[in-house]
Design a protein around this ligand. Structure first.
Ligand code: SAM
Length: 346
């Protein structure tokens, strides 16, 4: 029951109302380089100095910095010489570009692409389909043709998605003992963040990133060091082209992109070529069985509506898909972080 206090002052509604103010403040500070400048600077800086170095107005920068303080992304210090700002640990670690755990590109992808699709959420709900046409004036008949509408957009996507694995990758790869599987294919492996986690945790494994030709080429050129011989590349379309035999197939954030019939087609194809005793590792964010949460997963599912063709699912829904494709032993491990793991064995 709502308490009388909740009803008299609908604080939660104001929080929701302001939600995009908060994200846009963070995105803008990232885009302008506030966190990078403050990480590089050995000392706290005034708003005048920050505005001067980043080439912005002082009046705008001052308000941006103060709001970042409210969001706990910056700390403010007052002394006899004035007001000075410095990064919090959170922004040093995750928002400054130079940090190995930086989410900068992820933030920029949300700010420049995801945000524009969400502008048409009402249309997406009415029509039950993604909004590339309205947001970017392009057809989404070929989903990844739309996602990769330019080389620049593809590279932004690859950087943006990859960064998550420096934070959640180890948990999903360690959720099951994958050491018996030495020959691994990461289908739709993109820039290879998860492949790198996999070879670092399992010294006897090799991982082949199977992705669309232009993605695999960019992953090879920009993301995976040439001396890394345990990561290989396979250019192909997993719906149309053959998928080679392997011990384990990773499907990370793949099934949520597609409607169930396409998921089934892909899983059946994998089951056919999977070595006996081998398996498939599905990495996704899982909805509660009654879909009552988690909230992040619920909004991700709406995001799949505005940006893709699929949705987020419950562990039972994924397990049923895997069983229907022929995988027998299906186990689910929740990691307590954003992404969970489901292992189905042949
Ligand atoms: N697994 C990566 C991760 O979790 O970071 C990327 C997930 S992303 C949502 C989907 C990936 O599937 C992209 O890398 C995309 O290029 C790839 N992909 C989409 N359609 C494909 C197809 N038909 N054949 C091969 N890869 C495909």
């Amino acid at each position: 029951m709502d308490s009388a206090e909740d009803l008299n002052y609908p604080q939660i509604l104001f929080q929701y109302n302001h939600g995009f103010f908060f994200s846009k403040t963070m995105f803008t500070a990232c885009e302008l380089g506030v966190f990078d400048l403050l990480l590089e600077s050995e000392e706290p800086l005034s708003s005048d100095v920050i505005a001067g170095r980043l080439g912005t107005s002082t009046t705008g920068m001052e308000r941006l910095l103060d709001t970042c303080v409210g969001l706990k992304l910056l700390r403010v210090e007052l002394n006899s010489e004035g007001v000075f700002y410095r990064n919090t640990e959170l922004s040093n670690l995750y928002l400054a570009k130079a940090s190995p755990k930086s989410l900068y590109h992820n933030m920029m992808y949300y700010s420049k692409t995801v945000y524009l699709c969400w502008h048409y959420l009402t249309d997406a709900v009415r029509e039950g389909k993604n909004q590339y046409e309205r947001a970017f004036g392009i057809s989404s008949k070929d989903l990844f043709g739309a996602v990769y509408r330019s080389e620049e957009e593809m590279i932004k996507f690859m950087y943006g998605l990859n960064e998550i694995w420096s934070i959640c990758g180890r948990d999903v790869i360690a959720a099951f003992d994958l050491s018996p599987f030495t020959h691994i294919y990461d289908l739709g492996g993109c820039a290879g963040g998860l492949a790198q986690e996999c070879i670092s945790l399992y010294p006897n494994s090799t991982v082949t990133i199977y992705d669309l030709p232009k993605v695999a080429q960019v992953a090879k050129e920009r993301f995976i060091p040439p001396e890394e011989h345990r990561i290989m590349f396979h250019e192909g379309d997993f719906f149309k082209d053959p998928v080679p035999e392997a011990d384990l197939y990773i499907l990370a954030r793949i099934l949520h992109d597609w409607p169930d019939d396409k998921c089934m087609h892909l899983l059946e194809k994998i089951h056919k070529v999977c070595k006996p005793g081998g398996g498939v590792l599905v990495v996704e964010t899982l909805l509660n069985e009654d879909k009552s949460g988690p909230l992040d997963t619920q909004v991700y599912s709406l995001n799949m509506l505005v940006q893709a063709e699929g949705k987020e699912k419950t562990s039972t829904e994924y397990s049923n898909l895997l069983r229907a494709a022929g995988f027998k032993e299906v186990q689910v491990k929740k990691t307590g972080k954003l992404y969970d793991a489901i292992l189905g064995k042949k």
